[in-house]
Design a protein around this ligand. Structure first.
Ligand code: ZN
Length: 58
């Protein structure tokens, strides 16, 4: 399991890359967790940033 330094929260908005704002694909989807953690990868060929999102449950 890769360790990620930052976790991004989201609500209902589509997830976009925090680096370049591009669309992403879901690499892993832990929908069974309460936080609905997802691992995303940026679809931009120049970026390819991987990052984690969790549902904002405040
Ligand atoms: Zn990107």
């Amino acid at each position: 399991m890769i360790e990620y330094k930052e976790v991004y929260t989201y609500n209902d908005q589509p997830v976009t890359c925090p680096q370049c704002g591009n669309r992403t694909e879901i690499l892993l989807d832990f929908y069974f967790l309460p936080e609905k953690t997802q691992v995303h990868k940026c679809l931009s060929k120049n970026c390819k940033t991987e990052f984690i999102t969790q549902e904002d449950i405040e």
